[in-house]
Design a protein around this ligand. Structure first.
Ligand SMILES: NC(=O)c1ccc[n+]([C@@H]2O[C@H](COP(=O)([O-])OP(=O)(O)OC[C@H]3O[C@@H](n4cnc5c(N)ncnc54)[C@H](O)[C@@H]3O)[C@@H](O)[C@H]2O)c1
Length: 429
């Protein structure tokens, strides 16, 4: 397989060209012939013109690439090595929604041929590839995994907005349905991953490795959030505590904050779902999820308490929320917990303005029912800085004084203005 791809006798296809799929497709397209397949024709059209619909890549990333963007099964059929990078969200009850991976499996089932390879990259619980996806491919194609075609799993580890830890620079975990496929899959990924590959002993091990990376992060942040709530009651600044504790060599450097996005706040639910299917209640993981999911309400309550104490009339109060994206320096608003902060503030009848240098106002309106203000006012009762966008790091006491009332509060969730706000009240997680 590897030799056929490298000699361009055969093609590799990436199915699902979002934050994960497009970068990997373009990276491969510098070395071999690639088919980029997506079900969304609008996105396909944009990519044909060298535009990344997810706003992460510049036009140059498309230059010099041997890639055909398509939504046609006939074109997809030309590939021999399929990589699946479609979304794996949860529904409103936090239950894994496998519709996209199952639909992508149906797509592959319709086009796969004897001798082909399928590698899943979407984040799933251990067992999902072999128990939920491959049977769909087998049923539609009439072919058998291992004997007729080969399968594997290789989780994606990119970190949105991170220009240092790029795809090529992060060791890639790979796995295969047997020893031969593991070697072939490893060689194919080595084409694009400079950092090299780690060969996991099975597909399930590779799936589990990915899911615990994000679960571990989620739990560590949950601990910081819980500590922040406790220290808040004691009038102790959490960031000062973390600075002091961080001088010990083995203290882990996590911070409190809102946990949104499509990975850390979602992936642990895939694991807890599978655990509960097996009759185990994953108490620690779910406790962490619970704390993180409730931080938006805690932030809103803390700000409203300040308003009640200082100006009294919450209904007349105005709050500016700075930062609407799920993390700093990205435009992605999916599963942003800032929307929960806005919702919680509005539940107290606070008048809320939202500002963000990266987010798209129309997208916010469509997704959450509020847009961005064109111009910030000068009479806010409180300003909540939710994410440390680079643009916000430059702001100072003078700026916040100019946009808030004299009794105003600067609620600095990530502690970026610690020790620098003197003219206004200051609060951080
Ligand atoms: N975004 C990240 O930083 C990141 C990091 C690591 C892992 N992951 C995982 O990677 C997977 C993909 O995430 P993403 O953020 O790239 O998603 P995304 O929402 O950015 O993109 C998904 C793309 O798949 C397309 N699509 C949906 N269903 C399809 C189907 N049946 N057939 C073909 N195309 C289809 C959509 O049109 C879209 O273009 C998820 O499992 C996610 O958990 C994401």
């Amino acid at each position: 397989m590897y030799n056929e791809l490298v000699s361009k006798k055969e093609k590799l296809a990436v199915i699902g060209l979002g934050y994960v799929g497009l970068p990997i497709a373009l990276e491969f397209a510098r070395k071999i012939s690639v088919i980029g397949f997506d079900i969304n024709p609008k996105r396909v059209e944009m990519m044909k013109q060298g535009i990344d619909p997810s706003n992460e890549l510049e036009k140059e990333a498309f230059e010099g690439c041997d890639i055909t963007f398509t939504d046609s099964l006939e074109v997809l059929r030309e590939a021999k090595f399929f990589i699946v990078a479609v979304p794996t969200p949860v529904d409103e009850h936090n239950v894994p929604d496998l519709t996209p991976v199952k639909k992508a499996s149906e797509t592959i089932g319709k086009v796969i041929k004897k001798g082909d390879y399928v590698v899943f990259e979407s984040t799933v619980y251990p067992g999902c590839t072999e128990e939920d996806c491959l049977p769909v491919i087998e049923k539609l194609s009439g072919l058998k995994d291992i004997t007729d075609f080969k399968s594997g799993y290789s989780p994606e580890r990119i970190n949105p907005g991170d220009k240092t830890h790029t795809l090529a620079k992060i060791i890639k975990v790979v796995s295969g349905c047997d020893a031969e496929s593991l070697e072939e899959i490893a060689k194919v990924y080595e084409l694009v991953v400079e950092a090299g590959v780690h060969k996991a002993s099975s597909i399930k091990v590779a799936e589990a490795a990915k899911i615990i990376e994000n679960t571990q992060r989620d739990l560590n942040i949950a601990l910081m959030n819980e500590l922040s709530i406790i220290f808040g009651m004691m009038n102790i600044n959490t960031y000062e505590v973390l600075e002091a504790a961080g001088t010990k060599w083995n203290f882990l450097k996590f911070q409190p904050g809102l946990v949104g996005g499509h990975c850390i706040g979602v992936d642990p639910y895939y694991l807890t779902y599978k655990a509960s299917e097996l009759g185990y209640d994953a108490e620690v993981i779910l406790a962490g999820r619970n704390i993180n999911d409730n931080m938006a309400k805690y932030v809103a309550k803390s700000v409203v308490q300040h308003i009640i104490k200082n100006s009294g009339d919450v209904k007349l109060s105005k709050v500016l929320v700075m930062g609407a994206t799920f993390k700093e320096n990205v435009s992605d608003i999916r599963n942003s917990k800032v929307a929960d902060v806005v919702k919680a503030l509005k539940s107290y009848y606070v008048n809320v303005d939202v500002q963000d240098p990266y987010a798209d106002s129309e997208e916010l309106q469509h997704e959450y029912g509020f847009g961005l203000v064109e111009k910030v006012a000068n009479d806010y009762d409180a300003v909540i800085v939710t994410v440390p966008h680079n643009e916000y790091k430059e702001l100072d006491d003078k700026y916040f004084s100019s946009i808030t009332k004299s009794h105003g509060l600067v609620a600095d969730l990530k502690g970026i203005y610690r020790n620098s706000i003197t003219n206004r009240s200051y609060w951080s997680l």
